[in-house]
Ligand binder design. Structure first.
Ligand code: NDP
Ligand code: 2IT
Length: 448
């Protein structure tokens, strides 16, 4: 799909020229601009007031050196980033990603998406994202700790519980959040809710660990129900085997689905009778091992060493929960051919634009990341609330709130799609609903 609106098309050109080589960022911006065509035609004030020009430009980008000492006494150097994209509706909020593929373009795409996602939650959080090209894989606990301490020594100057509140993402789980929090506390001498995804012992929220995966399934169930269906008795394929994938699998199973496959970056497991999540949690969460270990415990399962092929498994529901652009046109064709009825994105931007187009053209129910995976950040905002009032809520309270939020995101996205003449297109609906709240806040605060 190309941009028909002349202004949006020239804006896209500008984004490409001014952010050279950042293809993931271009992809994320293009999708939003495409969705906004009917909005700016109806509301030219967004163009007149420069709202779009502002929203595609981060308020601030922080880029820093992260030197740390490895177990052999050598100094290693990584790059750290924090993109503070938008504070129109609340303090910057978004995760930190530690993965060798991280560069400015990845953090910008993630930060940009976060603006609209956070807006959809209905909670007062702006958009931000950060990370490093540090690879936690194969590092000792002490190496990870020294890296996190060095990373936070710099980042601490730029964040705060009313300024910018990071959390986890790929490669950043409760271990990393713990080391980051410890260092923040030490260098600022404050105990505040400056990070979310903390362990329960020192201010974390119950249900935050489960929230992205559970939220994804609450969203998917709402989408299915609206179309006369449910998770019950459905075969489900989930890519990834990290935080999002594990808890998506748990909730999909609780809702009556049968999860038959999971993956990591090296391969996938297929277990016809249903994946045993207890084994997966031991392998991934406790032992930090590769997924191939699963077949040692369950010899009746299969392991295949190409993670991409996971989409060739016949399923009713597909939940990509690993990483960006992991599901392309060919994968989409395969899913459609095999009778898949719904796809919902747990990862950020996991489907390529061509794959999304195929899903929409073939009436596959499609839940885009910004809407479908917002449960994690929504629960982070609930963690911030609990920290602010120095109180903790029970698991059932947080989980119930999460479910309400996800159902409301579904309704908002669906209603916006219909209002702007694209009924059923939740990609457009989520982008539009997310945008309008931020855009109006920007105008009221005097954008230009
Ligand atoms: P984890 O680090 O816990 O797990 C990531 C999983 O994805 C692992 O199984 C990993 O495999 C796989 N993976 C990562 N990179 C690649 C790659 N390049 N190719 C193939 N597989 C890959 O991260 P999360 O579960 O937290 O995050 C997964 C996705 O969900 C990301 O897109 C993230 O941005 C998104 N997300 C996360 C939220 C959260 O709260 N954590 C909230 C909303 C979205 P391996 O171990 O082999 O690297
Ligand atoms: O992509 C995301 O929404 C996250 N990684 C969670 C961010 C957060 O602040 O909880």
């Amino acid at each position: 799909m190309s941009l028909k609106n002349e202004y949006l098309s020239s804006l896209m050109q500008r984004v490409i020229e001014r952010n050279q080589g950042e293809k993931e960022f271009h992809q994320a911006v293009r999708e939003v601009l495409e969705s906004l065509e009917p909005v700016v035609e109806k509301h030219p004030e967004y163009i007149r007031r420069g709202v779009l020009e502002c929203i595609i430009e981060p308020e601030r980008i922080i880029k820093f050196r992260v030197p740390w000492v490895d177990d052999n006494g050598y100094i290693r150097v990584n790059r750290g980033f924090r993109v503070q994209f938008s504070s129109s509706i609340g303090p910057y909020k978004g995760g930190l990603r530690f993965h060798p593929s991280v560069y400015e373009g990845i953090i910008k795409f993630l930060g940009f998406e976060q603006i609209f996602k956070n807006s959809l939650t209905g909670l007062p959080i702006g958009g931000g994202k950060g990370g490093s090209d540090f690879d936690p894989k194969g590092k000792s606990d002490m190496e990870v700790m020294r890296f996190c301490q060095s990373f936070m020594s710099e980042l601490a100057k730029h964040i705060g519980s009313y300024t910018d509140i990071p959390a986890g993402d790929i490669g950043v789980g409760s271990r990393e959040i713990g080391y980051l929090f410890g260092q923040y506390k030490r260098v600022t001498n404050t105990f505040t809710g400056v990070l979310t995804g903390k362990s329960i012992e020192y201010g974390g929220s119950l249900a935050r660990k489960e929230a992205t995966g559970y939220g994804l399934c609450y969203f998917t169930e709402a989408m299915l129900r609206d179309n006369g269906n449910t998770f019950s008795d459905k075969t489900v394929v989930i890519s990834g085997s990290g935080n999002v994938a594990i808890y998506a699998a748990e909730k999909a199973t609780q809702l009556g689905g049968k999860v038959v496959a999971l993956s990591d970056s090296e391969g996938y497991i297929y277990h016809k009778n249903g994946i045993d999540l207890r084994t997966v949690k031991i392998i991934k969460e406790i032992n930090r091992q590769r997924l191939i270990e699963y077949i040692k415990v369950h010899p009746d399962a299969e392991y295949h060493d190409n993670c991409k092929d996971i989409w060739s498994i016949k399923c009713d529901i597909a939940l990509p929960c690993a990483t960006e652009n992991e599901l392309d046109e060919n994968d989409a064709k395969m899913l459609i051919k095999n009778g898949c009825i719904a796809v919902a994105e747990g990862a950020n931007m996991p489907s390529t634009p061509e794959a999304i187009q195929l899903f929409l053209d073939n009436n596959i129910l499609f839940g885009p990341a910004k809407a479908a995976n917002a449960g994690g950040v929504a629960t982070s905002a609930l963690e911030m609330s609990q920290n602010a009032i120095r109180h903790t809520w029970g698991f059932a309270t947080v989980d119930a709130r999460l479910k309400e939020i996800m159902e409301s995101i579904y309704r908002k996205s669906s209603a916006a799609a219909e209002k702007y003449g694209m009924k059923g297109n939740l990609v457009a609906g989520a982008n539009i609903a997310g945008f309008l709240k931020v855009a109006n806040a920007m105008m009221e605060q005097g954008v230009v």
